[in-house]
Write a protein that binds this ligand. Structure first.
Ligand SMILES: Cc1ncc(COP(=O)(O)O)c(C=O)c1O
Length: 394
C-alpha cells in the first residue's frame, strides 16, 4: 500500500471544520448519526503537494491584493493539453470565483429576459437555479434511459433548439448525476444541432479529471474550431483535487468579442479578484498533482468495484454504471416507494444521507445520488447497513 492509499483509508473528522457534507445545514435534525454521502466532494485530504504549496504561501505571511501568478495559466493550459489533448491559447482563459459564477455570468450576458436555456435532466440542480435566478426560461430536454444507460435525446434537442427562445445549452460534461462521460460522437451531434440553431453551448467540465477505468473525457471545445467558436467552457480543479473551499475556476472563451463582454460583466460584478491560497493550490494541482490524481482515481475505482459487487447482490436497487465522477446514481424504483418514502427509508433504515433523485428534476424520482469518495471502511459499513435495511423489508 502506498502513502496516498494509506491517507485515503484514514477516517478524518470533517466536522472539525464546517464541512458542508457533514454539516447540520445539509444533514438536518439527527443528521450526526448518518453516513454523509450527499455533497459532491471527497472525504480525503488534498494532495501533499497542494498542502505544501499552501504552507509555503502561509509562511510568507503577507496577504494583500494579488495578481494572478504567471505560472497559473501556463499550468492550466499545459494540463488541458497533456491530459485532454485540448490546446487552449492563454488569452482565452478568464478567471472566475467558481463554476456557478461563470454559468450565472454567461446566462446574464449572452441571453435576454424571456430567452430559454436548455438543460438535460436529471442534471445538477444548480443549473435550473441559475436559470431561474437570472429570470430566464428553463427548457428541458430529459436524457433517455434505456437498458440501464443514459444518452442524450438528440431529436428532442433538435426540436427544442429550433424554438426561437432557445439561446443557450448548459451541458454537463461529464454529467452529474448520471456519470456519463459523453462520447465524441454524442458531443459532435450536440455541436451540430446547437450551431444549426444558433444555440450557444456552455460546457461545465468541472468533473473532467475524474474519469473511471476505460473511459475518457472529451472537452467539448476540442471537437474542432467550429465547436470552440460556439462554446464557453468552465473548468476548475475543485472536484478532482478536492479543494472546493480553496479554489477558483476558469472560463475559456475562444471568441474574442464574447470574451470582452464576459470580462465587462465579470468586472461589473467585481467577480475577478484573486485569492492567494486558491492560486497556490491550483498551480500545485496542475503542475505537480498528477501522481496523486492517478492514485485517487485508482482508489475510487476500487470503491466502485466494491459498490458494484454489493449492489448486484441486493434486491430493490440497481447501480447505473458511472463512467466519470465519484457519484453513483442508484435506481431504487423497484422498491415502489414515493420519493419522500424512499428518502425516509434510506435515512431511517439505512442511515444514509444522500441527494434525493428528484432534486435533479422529476426524471430522478425513485433514484438517489450516492457519493462514494470516502474511506473504504466507511463505504463497507454503509453498504452493510443498506443491505440490512433492504433485507428487513425495504
Ligand atoms: C456539474 C457541477 N458544476 C458546478 C459545481 C459547483 O462548482 P463551483 O463550486 O465551482 O461553483 C458542481 C458541484 O457539485 C457540479 O457538480
Amino acid at each position: 500500500m502506498d502513502d496516498f492509499e494509506r491517507e485515503f483509508d484514514e477516517v478524518i473528522d470533517r466536522r472539525a471544520v464546517p464541512a458542508l457534507k457533514w454539516h447540520r445545514a445539509v444533514l438536518g435534525e439527527g443528521g450526526e448519526k448518518l453516513f454523509a454521502a450527499g455533497v459532491a466532494d471527497m472525504d480525503f485530504r488534498a494532495a501533499p503537494v497542494i498542502r505544501q504549496a499552501l504552507q509555503a504561501r502561509l509562511a510568507h505571511g503577507v496577504f494583500g491584493y494579488e495578481a494572478w501568478p504567471d505560472a497559473l495559466v501556463e499550468a492550466l493550459t499545459g494540463w488541458l493539453a497533456a491530459r485532454h489533448g485540448w490546446q487552449v491559447a492563454p488569452e482565452q482563459v478568464l478567471r472566475a470565483p467558481n463554476v456557478l459564477n461563470i454559468l450565472s455570468i454567461v446566462a446574464a450576458t449572452f441571453t435576454a429576459p424571456g430567452d430559454g436555456i436548455i438543460i438535460q435532466p436529471p442534471v445538477f440542480f444548480d443549473f435550473a437555479d441559475v436559470i431561474r435566478e437570472n429570470r430566464r426560461e428553463i427548457l428541458t430536454n430529459p436524457l433517455l434511459f434505456e437498458n440501464g444507460r443514459y444518452r442524450p435525446d438528440l431529436a428532442g434537442l433538435e426540436r427544442l433548439a429550433a424554438r426561437k427562445e432557445a439561446r443557450m445549452l448548459f451541458l454537463c460534461n461529464p454529467h452529474n448525476p448520471v456519470g456519463r462521460a459523453w462520447s465524441r460522437e454524442e458531443l459532435g451531434e450536440i455541436d451540430r444541432i446547437c450551431r444549426a440553431h444558433g444555440v450557444l453551448v456552455v460546457a461545465d467540465e468541472i468533473h473532467a479529471d475524474i474519469t473511471l477505468a476505460g473511459h475518457v473525457h472529451t472537452p467539448f471545445a476540442s471537437l474542432g474550431p467550429g465547436a470552440a467558436a460556439n462554446c464557453i467552457s468552465a473548468v476548475s480543479p475543485a472536484k478532482a483535487f478536492n479543494i472546493a473551499a480553496c479554489c477558483q475556476a476558469f472560463a475559456i472563451i475562444p471568441d474574442a468579442a464574447r470574451r470582452q463582454r464576459y470580462q465587462a460583466e465579470s468586472s461589473r460584478m467585481n467577480a475577478n479578484k484573486n485569492n492567494a491560497f486558491s492560486s497556490a493550490a491550483m498551480v500545485a494541482a496542475y503542475r505537480e498533482g498528477a501522481p496523486w490524481l492517478a492514485a485517487v482515481r485508482a482508489y475510487l475505482g476500487q470503491n466502485l468495484v466494491l459498490l458494484r459487487t454489493r449492489i448486484a447482490a441486493m434486491e430493490g436497487v440497481e447501480l447505473v454504471e458511472p463512467e466519470a465522477t465519484f457519484l453513483a446514481w442508484l435506481d431504487f424504483r423497484a422498491l415502489g416507494l414515493t420519493p419522500e418514502a424512499l428518502t425516509a427509508f434510506l435515512r431511517r433504515e439505512a442511515g444514509w444521507a444522500v441527494t434525493r433523485g428528484e432534486a435533479f428534476g422529476p426524471e430522478g424520482a425513485g433514484f438517489a445520488r450516492f457519493n462514494f469518495a470516502c474511506p473504504r471502511s466507511r463505504l463497507e459499513a454503509a453498504l452493510e447497513r443498506l443491505q440490512a435495511a433492504l433485507n428487513a423489508g425495504g
